[in-house]
Design a protein around this ligand. Structure first.
Ligand code: CS2
Ligand code: MG
Length: 403
């Protein structure tokens, strides 16, 4: 089965997405997500200018060889742009292989290991009471797991508190908007948020929280300890993870489970964290960690150390990523949870898909492949609009801080 063409489709139905569509001489096509929020055109150019010419004429069935060719052949290995491009090729080829077999993708991975994929929704509000209302609404909607993010008194904008309710889009401006930050205000506020939620919700639902890379290791240890009475499912991105050793300090101070990895793009970014059991969940997902081929390798390493998966699933990862991730999730033996930030109606219309939500779970569907397509005519109606993620500055002196 020869690759005859590969096209990069950039569109913006509610937000920017980059999709690679691979065509073969047997008429089968596959798609892969290549979206990198705020740097979309870098991946689009990497694919169209440097990867696509190398794909034409290759055997679409040789997924592993093509992966190795694109990874080692680039010489300049790793990094979010390179690995998102490789991920898109890999995902599209797995889609084609499963379609050729007439099977849903999970069957090629090893079949179902569970009945469905437990997901978490995103409750957020401008203050504790508004956030609590949203948490209770998600519980009412059947979610078994709910992430809670709230505004912080004295801060104008914080991560995770969006304009909408069901979805959250941080890339909100033609140039990066600037947020202010105070770890002290955040550290005083956050335990109160979860105390209030547990008081009204009880302990039957999983609660999650995303620190979003903003604390020092000792501050993260302090927050994790303060949150222990509220039994979180995980505290995510507690501190920037370039220094994997930093998590050793957090681990010394708290039993609150730790999740990290949505910004990782290869197994090398998390090898120490996993081997030293410094985390409980690895958040890498299909689009940014080299596709299904590489994500399986990360999951297999994690399984040796009882680290579970918790794939990233924000609105800036397209339905093509979500579809592929769900086939991975329903197979992977050390599954933990899947993030599920719903896409806008325009996005769902551009990316018709077979996955569906019911009772706090997502189900990948039985369509051959990963079950997601792209409506190119509709996509063309939503041209790319440059949009950046915000930047963060310390409120007291303007020092640039992690966003
Ligand atoms: O856990 C999450 O979903 C967040 O960290 C994301 O919303 C993240 O901010 C975006 O994916 C960045 O584009
Ligand atoms: Mg996150």
């Amino acid at each position: 089965m020869k690759i005859t063409n590969a096209r990069v489709i950039v569109c913006s139905p509610g937000r920017n997405f980059v999709t690679l569509k691979i065509e073969t001489d047997q008429g089968l096509t596959g798609i892969g997500d290549a979206t990198l929020n705020g740097r979309e055109l870098a991946v689009a150019a990497y694919l169209s200018e440097h990867v696509v010419p190398c794909l034409i004429g290759r055997d679409a069935q040789q997924i592993e060889d093509i992966w190795q060719y694109l990874y080692k052949g680039a010489y300049w290995r790793r990094g979010p742009v390179t690995m998102s491009a490789i991920a898109a090729v890999d995902t599209a080829l797995w889609d084609i292989k499963a379609k050729a077999a007439g099977l849903p993708l999970y069957q090629l991975l090893g079949g179902k290991s569970r009945t469905g994929v437990m997901v978490y929704g995103h409750a957020n509000g401008s203050d504790i009471e508004h956030t609590l209302d949203e948490v209770l609404r998600y519980a009412e909607a059947g979610y078994k797991a709910i992430r809670a993010q709230s505004g912080v008194p004295g801060l104008e904008k914080v991560y995770g508190v969006g304009k909408g309710t069901l979805f959250y889009e941080p890339a909100d401006a033609d140039l990066p908007s600037e947020h202010d930050w105070s770890s002290e205000k955040y550290l005083r506020h956050t335990p109160r948020l979860f105390e209030r939620i547990r008081e009204k919700l009880g302990f039957e639902h999983h609660l999650l929280h995303d620190v979003h890379h903003r604390l020092t290791p000792i501050e993260a240890g302090r927050l994790g300890k303060a949150l222990e009475p509220f039994q979180l499912f995980w505290m995510e991105d507690a501190t920037p993870a370039e220094n994997q050793q930093a998590f050793r300090l957090i681990r010394q101070h708290t039993t609150t489970p730790l999740a990290v990895g949505e910004v990782f793009n290869t197994i090398w970014d998390c090898k120490e964290l996993i081997e030293n059991q410094l985390i409980d969940y690895i958040r890498s997902t299909v689009v940014h960690a080299g596709g299904i081929t590489h994500l399986r390798r990360i999951a297999d390493l994690a399984a040796l150390y009882q680290v579970r998966t918790g794939c990233h699933g924000a609105t800036d990862l397209s339905p093509a990523c979500m579809g592929a991730a769900l086939h991975f999730d329903i197979w992977v033996p050390n599954f933990g949870i899947q993030e599920y930030m719903r896409h806008t109606e325009e996005t769902d219309a551009v990316f018709p898909h077979s996955y569906h939500f019911a009772d706090g779970m997502l189900y990948p569907g039985e369509t051959p492949g990963h079950g997601v397509e792209i409506d190119e005519a509709l996509a063309a109606k939503y041209p790319y609009q440059r949009a950046y993620l915000p930047v963060n500055r310390l409120q007291h002196d303007g020092t640039l801080h992690s966003w």
